[in-house]
Design a protein around this ligand. Structure first.
Ligand code: NAP
Length: 245
């Protein structure tokens, strides 16, 4: 399969290029940076995009218009952007696009395990820990985890998480995401880490994921590269490609 990479000299894109070059069944046919023309991408079967939120939509429209399947790690996909992608794909019904906010298999499993465990515990809080250069807090992954945990609790008919705090400093209890408290730590030396702490009478369960290197995104990207041609339309989230059920 022929693969093109947009953002090929970036932190994640360069890892993806190396992995494609190493894979026996993949061939890197285009490695594109911001100054390069897109033309050579037309040789590819699948295009991987790890660029920037402000350029990714133009890239995707270009690719979809040429019938190229896409695997997208670039962040910033809100509902409006996803709708706009669906509209573009409606004009190209054979084309598949996979957008995943987190391509780490471990992070996807951590979210799933947290959702599975949450109906069995009265309490749950999330602590996400990242390097201090990260702009957004809480992280997208912790927000998504909180939403999944909250949905699983609602479905199981659980009450709100108990919390008797009546006085305190602003921020001491973290951010409230869908009724779940999320705490954001920032420290030099950290990369991307998250704990989901569940508590019931006499016990706690901690589910933790640590990402130490951007290489952690590569196996998930390769899963999507191999799957996307058989999934016309839009797929959002790596979990749909991992056969978790
Ligand atoms: P990065 O190191 O800044 O790399 C971005 C690259 O995109 C740069 O090399 C840049 O090239 C290139 N670029 C910018 N505009 C372009 C264009 N129009 N066409 C082609 N290439 C272009 O960033 P990163 O850490 O690799 O992250 C990239 C994106 O992936 C971010 O949105 C990040 O949040 C996201 N991300 C997602 C996941 C996930 O699992 N989904 C994981 C990590 C990161 P120049 O240097 O030439 O400008």
């Amino acid at each position: 399969m022929k693969v093109g990479v947009l953002g090929a000299r970036g932190r994640v894109g360069s890892e993806v290029c190396r992995a494609v070059e190493r894979a026996a069944d993949l061939k890197l046919v285009a490695a594109i940076g911001s100054a390069d023309p897109l033309d050579s991408l037309a040789l590819a079967d699948v295009v991987v995009d790890f660029t920037r939120p402000d350029v990714v939509m133009d890239n995707l429209r270009w690719c979809i218009g040429r019938g190229l399947h896409c695997v997208v790690g670039t962040t910033g996909f809100d509902r409006a952007r996803l709708d706009s992608l669906r509209d573009a794909l409606a004009e190209a019904p054979d084309v598949g696009v996979v957008v995943a906010p987190n391509f780490s298999v471990g992070a996807v499993l951590m979210m799933r395990f947290a959702a599975v465990a949450s109906p069995f515990y009265e309490s749950v809080e999330i602590v996400e820990m990242h390097h201090p250069d990260k702009a957004d807090a809480p992280s997208g992954t912790s927000r998504r985890t909180a939403e999944m945990v909250a949905a699983a609790r609602r479905e199981a008919g659980l009450d709100a998480v108990p919390d008797a705090t009546s006085t305190g400093l602003d921020g001491a209890r973290g951010a409230d995401v869908d009724g779940i408290h999320v705490h954001s730590l920032r420290a030099r030396g950290l990369v991307a880490h998250q704990e989901v702490l569940l508590g019931g009478p006499g016990e706690t369960l901690t589910i933790r994921h640590d990402s130490m290197d951007r290489a952690s995104f590569v196996p998930g990207v390769l899963v999507a590269v191999h799957a996307v041609r058989d999934r016309p339309g839009l797929t959002v989230g790596l979990e749909h490609l991992l056969d978790l059920d």
